[in-house]
Design a protein around this ligand. Structure first.
Ligand SMILES: C[S@@+](CC[C@H](N)C(=O)[O-])C[C@H]1O[C@@H](n2cnc3c(N)ncnc32)[C@H](O)[C@@H]1O
Length: 205
């Protein structure tokens, strides 16, 4: 999609009364991964951003097969629930959650973080990119949408992610606290516009 078409789509969403859309956001995803890292991408279906970055080094886990079917070829695709991962302890050198936690009810995010911590090697990092979601008012629309421009080292992808709003409230503080509670150290927290980026480090055993 070209930039004008994407901006028109984002404007349409913002004008709709049935959708709550935040202003279009831009997120840069740097390639910080090592060539030997095995990377677990949680909720890695759909656009498969991390899979596009690191191809066969990525294990994309998604609860929906149809989402993985839509993801470009490259990553290893595994249909599984991120709350109960089918991998042994310490299997991965890195993990990512790119606009995934917004799809997980706030009440379930601790279970997801705990599983991520379990399957990461000691000292490995979980990188999270996501959107700040406020508590919906009583008359708020059901749908919450974020139009997104994703800047990868080699290209820009224009997309949008949407969820049912209720029960999805999220802030950098709430994610950081949930991460600490399951034993992660919070190594970095960045806010840019309505987006957040956290780097969590798995404690050594
Ligand atoms: C739309 S994707 C987010 C963007 C995606 N990471 C990308 O790169 O385009 C979010 C995915 O999370 C998946 N999902 C939701 N709950 C899940 C869970 N408990 N375990 C695994 N995947 C889940 C959804 O099926 C959906 O495909």
């Amino acid at each position: 999609m070209n930039d004008l078409a994407w901006r028109l789509m984002a404007l349409g969403a913002r004008l709709s009364r049935k959708i709550h859309s935040v202003a279009p956001q831009t997120v840069r995803v740097d390639d910080v991964f090592g060539d030997d890292d095995l990377i677990l991408d949680l909720g890695g279906g759909g656009e498969g951003i991390i899979g596009r970055l690191r191809g066969h080094q990525v294990v994309a886990v998604d609860i929906r097969k149809d989402e993985l079917d839509d993801t470009p070829a490259g990553p290893i695709k595994v249909v599984a629930d991120a709350r109960n991962l089918p991998f042994p302890d310490g299997s991965f050198e890195a993990a990512t959650a790119f606009f995934f936690l917004m799809y997980v009810p706030a009440a379930d995010r601790s279970a997801v973080l705990k599983e991520a911590s379990r399957v990461l090697a000691p000292g490995a990092t979980l990188r999270i990119w996501d959107v700040v979601i406020s508590v919906p008012g009583e008359r708020a629309p059901n749908a919450f949408v974020v139009p997104l421009r994703v800047k990868l080292p080699s290209r820009t992808i224009r997309t949008g992610y949407g969820v049912s709003w209720k029960g999805r409230e999220m802030s950098a503080d709430s994610v950081a606290q949930a991460a600490r509670d399951v034993g992660f150290a919070v190594s970095a927290v960045e806010r840019k516009g309505q987006t957040l980026h956290l780097v969590l480090t798995r404690a050594s055993r």
